[in-house]
Design a binder for this molecule. Sequence first.
Ligand SMILES: NC(=O)c1ccc[n+]([C@@H]2O[C@H](COP(=O)([O-])OP(=O)(O)OC[C@H]3O[C@@H](n4cnc5c(N)ncnc54)[C@H](OP(=O)(O)O)[C@@H]3O)[C@@H](O)[C@H]2O)c1
Ligand SMILES: *[C@@H]1O[C@H](CO)[C@@H](O)[C@H](O)[C@H]1NC(C)=O
Length: 331
Amino acid sequence: MMFIVRSFLPVIRLYLLGLKVLLIQLFSRTFRLPVMPRQDGKVAIVTGGGRGIGYEVVRHMASLGVHVIIGGKDEQEGQTAVRKICQEYKEAKVEFELLDLASLQSVHQFVQSFKHRGLPLHILINNAGIMLVPEGRTQSGFELHFGVNYLGHFLLTWLLLDTLKDSGRTGHCSRVVTVSSSAHSIGKIVLNDLNSSQFYSAHAAYCQSKLAQLVFSAQLQQELQRGGFPVTSCAVDPGVVNTALYQHLWTPLRLVHGTLAPWFLRTPAEGAATVLYTALSPALEGELGGGYWADGCKEMTSPPTFDPELQLSLWESSLQLLGLRWHQMKE
Ligand SMILES: NC(=O)c1ccc[n+]([C@@H]2O[C@H](COP(=O)([O-])OP(=O)(O)OC[C@H]3O[C@@H](n4cnc5c(N)ncnc54)[C@H](OP(=O)(O)O)[C@@H]3O)[C@@H](O)[C@H]2O)c1
Ligand SMILES: *[C@@H]1O[C@H](CO)[C@@H](O)[C@H](O)[C@H]1NC(C)=O
């Protein structure tokens, strides 16, 4: 009995939430990105920028003059994206660099080769993600959703913090934007089993990773403010968007999804709007920096992000799992 409850409850909760969010989305106006100022001279890294929401984020930033580096694990997809964007915008500065978030070693290598170039970094978009993948482990032994969506981005952000700090100015803060999801609201962080090894539910694992990303972005914002650094950190819910993220849905659902998605879901460009807004809008300096954003507005988040104890425990466990030390933050 317990097994059935633990197996099906997360599934039912996620699909009910998805349905609710979709209905609300269908009956409300889609946020349209206002015209953003030119961004010449700025440098951005976008993880998973080869397709989906990330691709639209890269494309729009490139059109405004941002020098964008796509970090992704599929070289061919990445290079195709670069070629397409450069054809569309002759002046675009876009490149692809190999980054597999499932390998901590790959994250270290990516950062090392970026730093070697001596470029500044004004914008980091933690966008790459996986959803409902079968039980599996990253190269470093972490559960896949937790390892890719959360821990890989934690390490990436951490290693790039000094460059982000050096590149920001008061009134022109560098920005870390983490793409989370409304699915965070039904997520539970199981501190003594972050790898879901006692019991695996793909649905619960996805929600846990999205909540962890949100908790991380809030804790990071607090630390940055406390230290007075010219960097802000926020999280974004892009809405329900028609992308390849849904490829691991249960087959019958995937068929229904495939037929209905083009009609009822947001396009990737619509899904990218709030991500772009939080990354680029001059309105987000000062008071409006940080927080959780959806549909172009700052929203309230579910209670766990306000639970300082959970926030701190997750932060400390993550540093420990990644072999990082707290004092590095304070330099
Ligand atoms: N679509 C939605 O309805 C929705 C809703 C809420 C939140 N989100 C969030 O939005 C973000 C973007 O998703 P999407 O909808 O645009 O999905 P997508 O089209 O599947 O894009 C995901 C991207 O992440 C990359 N990625 C996956 N595993 C990676 C790894 N180990 N290392 C590096 N890159 C990796 C993929 O690259 P490869 O091709 O190389 O694997 C791909 O470019 C995700 O964080 C997702 O959770 C989406
Ligand atoms: C998760 O797995 C990693 C790698 O095997 C291990 O180091 C870590 O202790 C595990 N964490 C938890 C909380 O189970």
